[in-house]
Design a protein around this ligand. Structure first.
Ligand code: ACM
Length: 720
């Protein structure tokens, strides 16, 4: 029997890699880790397990440190208590001795908040209270994150299950990359993401601080970087220090990236003497083909000065120096650079880039830091210390580990491509076939045989999900990252066997709702965007937005690519349309998907809530059309609204057929098949970035029908 209240904890399957020693009856209430993401290694119920048993949180914990503690742990415990107080309906600031005990036992760890910190922990909740033991302070933070997800609001108060958990991460590097160059992200927005990261045990925030569009950190040595090339949108040095400290308090390392020698339009706008050739700072086409001049001593002097200043702001041992997408033309078109290459025996631009990276790496090392770079830096054998970020395909993981370098895998995890969470979630960092190269040029060396041997696998230190921000504003960031980032957190933390996408989506709903109650603003921002589009009836827009998903793989930029093709100056669209309000993974669709698969599997209890939800989508169409009147950005979406309504109606007919056992009409079958076929074509149109660049037409309003997979499941389950 399924459980349609996603907030309740019920065991729904044993395929989760969780060891359950249920001492009680079937239907054991606590054993289902409904709100846990990432899923811990081992979860054991202890004692009886009736729904209303567990540790009641009627007063704040009496916290006791058994041995080592420090200010960071005390602050983390206070934040945890604040969250529990809010959930349990206690005064937010209450502390005390009357409640259950929370005993925390840990010891100092020389690697605290560094790569390789001790993050494993053991958690026991029983009638005596909570005991959290960990090999180091970071393990305490991870244990508190689990405990926070276990708290269940119940009636007037809150309860913790009697449970025992043993947990440790699979990978030490579990990151998100946020691009602050294409769209500036405010400090508050970044802090909100760090809060959410702590709650799902992500531990690296890689910030892309500079690109063609802007340089985002105040530099006292090179003030033109922000006076000329930031549009006034940058972090002061004090703000950077504040951000780094905020992250460290939450067990999140900040890894800065200054992208070199390409993606440097902002740097070269401020200091044109460092450029290898002329470019127009207002023309994105020419900026893509530009790079710094790697033959000039001034270039390296600038890089040394900049990295010296920047590394003073970032205590982390790793400093990312980019290295991606250098256009050969940037250097080949310059006769002085060609002469330099001939003189020094660099056969081509790639060889010259190899030389450039070697020089930059020397600078980074001299500053006491370790370089990280996008996979192109590993074209040739490089210093063993360098961490390589595989991004174009899983094959780069084989190449770089084969050369003895550690790898952080991002291929397959580009959240800006707007794939579904399940799509990203299904790709394992160690699987060399998970994300094949999408073009032959994007390969380093010969095709690897695979699988990775044990030595290579040990060099894969983790994964990072990047979110490039060409089409993401500050307001959209929460919704573009979450809940998919939580699924990524599970991919990087939990064991590889934890890979059931249906169960992940089910838990993802609970986790997303918890993140919202704790401050994530995806929903609030979506409503604000909808209200600006249709102040009379924002709900009609929000409802449609929850049933559609944006076209994928940069389909949002289809007009920009059209401009590229015709040589017109491309304009990034203003990001205020329905497609920007909609989400690649709406929790509403998670629910519908879950109901549809349950009904298809024979669970009739799913029929009523699913039919009610579909009816609401069907009936939204006339409201949407009224709200859209006179708003071109919405009028363009009327066909998407109509199609959503038609899909919803088709789904309701399928439910009737399934429940009654009587086939729906032949006419329905033909019409629904045609609707689904049309959607399959729309999906295919943005299945690959080259199709979009080539001008394959995209669907109206640049949205896909999120209801299509739901209706397809019902269509296939309906009696013939
Ligand atoms: C990249 O996506 N250019 C690293």
């Amino acid at each position: 029997m399924a459980d349609w209240d996603f907030g309740r904890r019920r065991w729904a399957g044993a395929a989760l890699g969780v060891i359950l020693l249920t001492g009680g009856t079937a239907g054991a209430a606590w054993a289902d880790p409904a709100g846990l993401m990432p899923l811990p290694r081992e979860v054991r119920e202890i004692g009886a397990s009736r729904v209303d048993e567990g540790l009641r949180l009627q007063a704040p914990f009496a916290v006791r440190f058994d041995g080592y503690h420090d200010a960071r742990l005390q602050a983390a415990t206070a934040r945890f208590q604040g969250d529990v107080n809010r959930l349990a309906g206690l005064s937010e600031t209450s502390v005390g001795t009357a409640g259950p005990t929370l005993v925390i036992a840990t010891r100092p760890d020389a690697k605290t908040n560094r790569l390789g910190a001790a993050e494993s922990y053991h958690l026991t909740v029983d009638a005596q209270g909570v005991r959290l033991t960990a090999d180091g302070p970071d393990g305490v933070l991870r244990g508190l994150a689990t405990l926070r997800q276990l708290v269940e609001r119940r009636g007037e108060g809150a309860v913790l299950p009697y449970i025992e958990i043993d947990d440790a991460p699979r990978f030490a590097w579990r990151g998100l990359m946020i691009d602050t160059a294409r769209h500036f992200m405010t400090l508050e927005t970044l802090k909100r993401q760090i809060d959410a990261m702590e709650r799902v045990k992500l531990n690296v925030l890689h910030l892309h601080f500079s690109d063609n569009e802007g340089f985002r950190i105040e530099s006292l040595r090179y003030p033109r970087l922000t006076t000329i090339a930031s549009h006034g949108q940058y972090y002061t040095q004090d703000q950077v220090r504040d951000l780094v400290a905020y992250a460290a308090a939450r067990g999140v390392r900040v890894v800065p990236e200054i992208d070199l020698p390409a993606h440097t339009g902002a740097i070269m706008t401020a200091y044109p003497e460092l450029a290898a050739g002329a470019f127009d700072p207002n023309n994105r086409i020419s900026m893509f083909g530009a790079a710094m001049d790697p033959t000039k001593p001034e270039t390296y002097a600038f890089i040394r000065g900049l990295l010296e200043e920047m590394s003073g702001l970032f205590p982390d041992a790793y400093f990312h120096v980019g290295g991606d997408e250098v256009s050969a033309a940037a250097w080949n078109n310059n006769s002085a650079i060609r002469a330099y290459m001939a003189e020094h025996g660099y056969a081509d631009a790639i060889a010259l880039q190899d030389h450039f990276f070697v020089e930059v790496n020397k600078i980074v090392k001299s500053l006491g830091r370790t370089s990280m770079g996008w996979e192109e830096v590993a074209h040739q054998p490089i210093d063993d210390d360098v961490v390589v970020q595989a991004w174009r395909s899983s094959q780069a993981t084989a190449h770089a580990t084969g050369q003895g370098n550690r790898v952080v895998v991002s291929a397959g995890y580009y959240l800006d491509l707007l794939w579904s969470g399940a799509d990203h979630y299904g790709r394992d960092p160690l699987d060399l076939d998970a994300t094949p190269p999408d073009s032959p040029e994007k390969v380093l060396g010969p095709k690897p045989e695979g699988p990775l041997n044990a030595a290579q696998a040990a060099l894969v230190i983790g994964g990072e999900a990047p979110l490039w921000a060409e089409t993401v504003t500050d307001e959209m960031l929460d919704g573009r990252l979450w809940p998919r980032a939580a699924l990524m957190a599970e991919r990087f933390w939990s064991r590889p066997e934890v890979r059931d996408p249906v169960d992940a989506a089910r838990r993802g709903v609970v986790v997303q709702e918890a993140l919202r109650t704790q401050g994530l603003m995806d929903d609030q921002h979506r409503r604000a965007m909808a209200a600006r589009l249709a102040s009379q009836d924002a709900d009609a827009v929000v409802t449609l937005a929850s049933a559609v998903t944006p076209v994928r793989n940069m389909g949002r930029l289809t007009d920009v690519f059209a401009a590229f093709r015709s040589g017109r100056p491309p304009q990034i669209p203003s990001l205020t349309a329905l497609v920007d309000v909609s989400a690649p993974d709406s929790v509403e669709l998670y629910r519908l998907t879950h109901w549809a698969s349950a009904l298809a599997a024979g669970d009739r209890t799913a029929a009523a809530p699913l039919a009610a939800a579909l009816a609401a989508y069907r009936d939204n169409h006339s409201r949407f059309v009224a709200a859209a009147q006179g708003v071109p950005a919405l009028e363009a979406a009327a066909p998407a609204s109509e199609e959503t309504a038609r899909l919803a109606a088709a789904g309701i007919a399928a439910i009737d057929a399934i429940v009654s056992g009587k086939p729906a009409s032949a006419e329905w079958r033909t019409e629904t098949a045609a609707l689904l076929e049309k959607q399959a074509e729309a999906e295919a149109a943005s299945s690959n970035v080259y199709k979009i660049m080539g001008g394959v037409p995209q669907p109206p309003a640049l949205v896909l029908m999120g209801l299509a997979p739901v209706v397809k499941t019902l269509f296939e389950a309906a009696p013939q």
